[in-house]
Ligand binder design. Structure first.
Ligand SMILES: Cc1cc2nc3c(=O)[nH]c(=O)nc-3n(C[C@H](O)[C@H](O)[C@H](O)COP(=O)(O)OP(=O)(O)OC[C@H]3O[C@@H](n4cnc5c(N)ncnc54)[C@H](O)[C@@H]3O)c2cc1C
Length: 323
């Protein structure tokens, strides 16, 4: 498919890409097309459904520190799109923790309305010639525009750039290749009755291994059926990332069992290769205006939902300033 007259191509329909596309379209009047490899939207703000059971299996909640992001959060609260899940708990710093309703993908679904979005479009290379980017997808479709914003985690973004033979300045190249992520393995467990996890339905494990988090999707309002999400710690995920589910999932379930007051009906797994950014730095996004290339997402700003959102918004400002 050839897409014509697009000003900015955006790779990734996670929170960063969607907010950037929203700003570029609605605040700056630019023509934008988003490509995402998945069927759904939201990226790591993800929900898996399995009959009447449903699981937030990526981000569990988000926090707000920046006034610009707070404006979005206030609007989502007014619209009934999100709720305050919890703030004051004995074992965590007092901070408003918001969750989307009915599940974490709700924000992305709303942001995507009215935007040109090409789902199941995995970009395999980005080539540059005569001031234009040409994106090539796995199915062979091509999209062209003078400007490109990539919101995939930077190691994935660099694969796209490398495949297109793009040469970045040495210092940029060194910075971008220094950005690394921790992995996470997820067990999604359906139960025969309520989990028994204490209100508001989560346990955070400070020692992180083998489990870093357990969330009760029924108490949170995500799932009709008793269903919990178990997140592994980074060391467990590194060790078992390529192990079969029937090896790694029982280990996570065994570690969770002492906290459960229910029998297990089924267990499903998911792997996040780029779960949490490890590398610390102070950049909000990457931009090479002469090349027409920007990168945003949680590889920049802060390594969480709000950081990804801010990175996308700030990259959109920077792109608009070049037009
Ligand atoms: C298990 C887990 C728990 C977390 N918990 C929390 C939490 O509680 N609170 C919090 O604030 N943060 C949490 N995070 C982090 C948070 O989810 C991320 O920081 C945030 O969602 C990142 O948004 P993003 O838009 O930068 O990237 P993503 O959401 O990853 O979006 C990137 C998008 O790019 C697409 N993409 C990638 N490559 C290609 C390609 N080649 N072609 C086309 N599309 C492509 C992907 O499909 C994806 O939709 C968690 C993350 C994980 C994995």
């Amino acid at each position: 498919m050839n897409s014509e007259k697009i000003d900015v191509l955006v790779i990734g329909a996670g929170i960063a890409g969607l907010l950037a596309a929203h700003e570029l379209t609605n605040q700056h009047g630019l023509r934008v097309a988003i490509l995402d490899k998945s069927r759904g939207v939201g990226g790591r703000m993800a929900t898996r459904r399995d009959g009447e059971a449903a699981y937030d299996h990526g981000a569990q909640f988000f926090t707000v520190r920046n006034p610009r992001f707070k404006q979005w959060v206030d609007r989502w609260l007014e619209q009934g799109l999100i709720k305050l899940w919890f703030d004051q708990l004995a074992d965590e710093a007092p901070l408003m923790r918001y969750a989307a309703m009915p599940s974490m993908t709700a924000i992305a679904k709303q942001l995507a309305v009215g935007l040109e979005l090409h789902r199941e479009s995995q970009v395999v290379s980005a080539q540059r010639a005569d001031g234009e980017w040409t994106l090539v997808t796995k199915s062979g479709a091509t999209y062209q525009a003078p400007k490109l914003l990539i919101n995939a985690p930077v190691p994935q973004a660099m694969e796209i750039i490398d495949a297109g033979g793009i040469q970045l300045a040495t210092a940029d190249e060194q910075f971008l290749r220094s950005i690394h992520y921790a992995k996470c393995i997820v067990a999604m467990v359906e139960l025969n009755r309520p989990s028994g996890l204490p209100a508001p339905g989560r346990i955070k494990f400070d020692d992180q291994e083998p489990i870093s988090w357990m969330g009760d999707n029924q108490q949170k309002g995500v799932s009709m059926r008793p269903a919990i999400t178990i997140h592994s710690g980074p060391a467990f995920a590194e060790k078992y990332f390529d192990a079969p589910d029937d090896v790694r999932l029982p280990l996570l379930v065994a570690a969770a069992k002492p906290w459960l007051k229910a029998e297990i009906l089924s267990v499903k797994g998911h792997r996040w290769k780029f779960a949490h950014r490890l590398t610390e730095h102070d950049r909000d996004f990457f931009g090479d205006p002469p090349l027409g290339l920007w990168m945003a997402g949680d590889s920049f700003n802060a390594p969480r939902v709000e950081g990804a959102a801010m990175s996308g918004l700030l990259a959109a400002d920077a792109i608009a300033a070049t037009i």
